[in-house]
Design a protein around this ligand. Sequence first.
Ligand code: SF4
Ligand code: SF4
Length: 453
Amino acid sequence: MNIKKATFKGGTHLSYNKELTSGLNVETSIPPEEIILPVSMHIGAPAKPIVEVGDKVKMGQKVAEATGFVSVPIHSSVSGEVIAIEPRLHPNGQKVLSIIIKNDMLDTPDENMHPNSDYKNLDSKEILNIIKEAGIVGLGGATFPTHVKLSIPEGKKVEYLILNAAECEAYLTNDDALMMTNSDDIIKGLEIVMYVLGIDKAYIGIEDNKKDAIEKMAKSAQALNVDIYCLATKYPQGSEKHIIKAISGREVPSGKLPIDVGCVVLNVATAKAIKEAVIDGKPLIERIATITGHGIKTPKRMLIRIGTPIEHVLAQCGGFTDAEKFILGGPMMGISHFSSDTPVIKGGSGFLLLNEKEIDLSESNDCIRCGKCVSACPMRLLPLMISNASVNNDFEKAEKYNAMDCIECGACSYVCPAKRMLVSNMRVAKREITAIRKEKAALAEAKAKEAKN
Ligand code: SF4
Ligand code: SF4
């Protein structure tokens, strides 16, 4: 095993505030009386309920099935009774069809998934099916179905399998906690993925502010052919494109995927979930999340059952103190929310309650042309130009400035001394460009049809 150093150009240094939770033990959240399972907790087609109101369910039982290749099933994280199937508020701010289960507090296990102590008795296809059936998605927050990511298209070859342990967002320490407590499971998951992909070498990227985690992971990975990269602590080091650049030196071209440059990136929590599904026969029904910020009484790192109401989790942290802002995820890429009346979903890595001192309430001023946003942009874009085009509704111009390459990391807004709403304007530009492209495609299709007739 080799330990190396690496990073990427651009990016910025944040006020990390990780000390609020780093070093704390992971507490197991008290099971709630009711869980709420939205049928959409992943990228792709929503799952379809296969239970009805009044049905008794077991812990780990599949309650909604995948509705296509890019879709995953949903499992109950408690045993009990289905009491409703109805739209409920989702962390994305929309109402989404959800299965509500009353917990009987017995945790009666479902026995439909089987353990496989020797995964090498299975072939790649069988393992990919187990990963799908366990409902596994990217747990770094992307929630893309993992079986799809690991189904390599014909003609493509994986040369770099990268385990993403960077956790570059401020405040969040859940991946760090996982590496400190479950490094063997993470590495077993990585080993399974190497077997599925038929490769004999992997790479692990960890930011160099996680010395203990680096040691733990190195120890667990001793028997594997793995290079560990100690990455400079810089935001957004954990973005898929930037960890690929830092480790492989390769660039994912605009509009392309990591596999187009021979790379697959997997988050550490996803690797652990793969081990649990394949070896232990356990579907994805819980995850570790960071509950933190100066607006919550007792910041914690907790192992939480999927579907647990966030309010129930916050109550176990002593409730709010003087919280001014509630964010789902990290402060840079998370979503500000108006309500904690939503469930913990698969991609729910953090819940931040920030007080007045932690949030910047200063007003947006005129651009002073300092260029700081340009230096910070890890995608080498011109944030000020795209932002101006977006504000002026000139989306053609925004597209010319490659707005679609923006990864919405927020580094530009973070460094801007004029407090311009750069990332919000990027999002608007991307949304509008996507809509214009769709409209153009529909028009072209209609014209082609007309010409045929
Ligand atoms: S949000 Fe977009 S434009 Fe701003 S720094 Fe990140 S990638 Fe660049
Ligand atoms: S960082 Fe802000 S003030 Fe400086 S050039 Fe960019 S938009 Fe203008």
